[in-house]
Ligand binder design. Structure first.
Ligand code: DTR
Ligand code: CA
Ligand code: ZN
Ligand code: ZN
Length: 317
């Protein structure tokens, strides 16, 4: 079922809280990936990811300078992403919820095919803070997940497991959209989600390479990718409970993800392995008006985008 969400009038026409036929998780560690499929993952063109970021920047500029929950810039962001996915053959669903008196929207995109009793999900929050356009936080994750989904369509990938992609609303208000989604899943549907991969800030201008250490199988999948690039990673330790993987983890779904750093400062040991500037925050524009298209490190964005594709192929084969 395709829903177009554009403009307040049509948003009113959107059926509130469309019941998702999503499927659930298998408790315990995610199933081990097969190496062969990972080798088949395509390169994600960083130019394409940057083009999505340019669109999100334009949307913010045209809508009061932000893409925050309850503001026109957020709904315009949802419509942009949905339009690309609909054109590529995804089955999209818009889930509505209310937070702080405003209507919020999650965008869910299912790639037709694969075993729907085993669902591999990738997600990111699409909303910004009100202070700025939120290009690194979290246009970066949203654009990379979008381009990975489009790469699935371009390649005609037929995964063994079912692929689902999600863009969450109102994360900045406390993971409201993702919690609404997880709470709306039946126990059975939740038990079919074999893993949820979260991408929130993956293009920080003074980047680090952090891998979520919640699930060993998912963590190893990402670490193997970066080992192949000769890049040492660190466990992500500051984000527990601070992004959209938290509702999934609390519901027993294996989770993982990538992070390039926020307002913490890069140490000399980290600069020795990753480059960049010692004593400066990974993202000096975190939650600020300067989180614009200029607030992105292209190399980190490229590497993390490619890692998303690698993991989605490896975990769904
Ligand atoms: N992206 C931030 C939340 C956040 C802060 N540190 C981490 C580490 C890992 C994931 C997310 C975060 C926000 O949306 O405000
Ligand atoms: Ca790439
Ligand atoms: Zn934020
Ligand atoms: Zn964020």
């Amino acid at each position: 079922m395709k829903l177009s969400v554009s403009g307040r009038a049509s948003a009113a026409a959107v059926v509130a809280a469309v019941t998702l036929l999503a499927t659930g998780s298998i408790a315990g560690a995610a199933p081990a990936p097969t190496a062969g499929a990972a080798a088949a993952a395509p390169d994600i063109p960083v130019a394409n990811v940057k083009a999505h970021l340019a669109q999100l920047q334009s949307i913010a500029t045209a809508n009061g300078g932000n893409r925050a929950h309850g503001r026109a810039g957020y709904l315009a962001s949802v419509n942009y992403v949905k339009g690309k996915l609909d054109a590529a053959g995804f089955t999209t669903t818009v889930q509505q919820f209310t937070s702080s008196g405003s209507t919020g929207y999650n965008l869910i995109a299912d790639w037709p095919g694969g075993n729907t009793d085993q669902v591999v999900m990738a997600g990111s929050h699409l909303d910004s803070v009100t202070a700025g356009p939120g290009i690194n936080d979290n246009g970066s994750g949203s654009a990379a997940v979008l381009e990975t989904a489009l790469a699935v369509a371009r390649s005609g990938y037929k995964p063994t497991k079912h692929l689902r992609f999600a863009w969450w609303g109102a994360e900045e208000l406390g993971m409201v959209g993702s919690r609404s989604y997880v709470n709306g899943l039946s126990t059975a549907n939740r038990a079919k989600i074999s893993g949820y991969l979260n991408f929130d800030m993956i293009g920080s201008p003074n980047p680090g390479y952090f891998v979520y250490d919640d699930d060993p199988t998912i963590e190893k999948t990402f670490k193997d990718y970066f080992t192949g690039l000769g890049i040492a990673t660190e466990p992500e330790t500051e984000g527990d409970g601070r992004s959209d993987h938290a509702p999934f983890k609390n519901a027993g779904v294996p989770v993982g993800g990538l992070f390039s750093g926020a307002d913490y400062k890069k140490t000399s040991a980290q600069a020795a392995k990753w480059g960049g500037t010692v004593g400066v925050a990974f993202d000096r524009c975190y939650h600020a008006s300067c989180d614009t298209s200029a607030n992105i490190n292209d190399t980190a964005l490229d590497r993390n985008s490619d890692a998303i594709a690698y993991a989605m192929w490896a975990l769904s084969s």
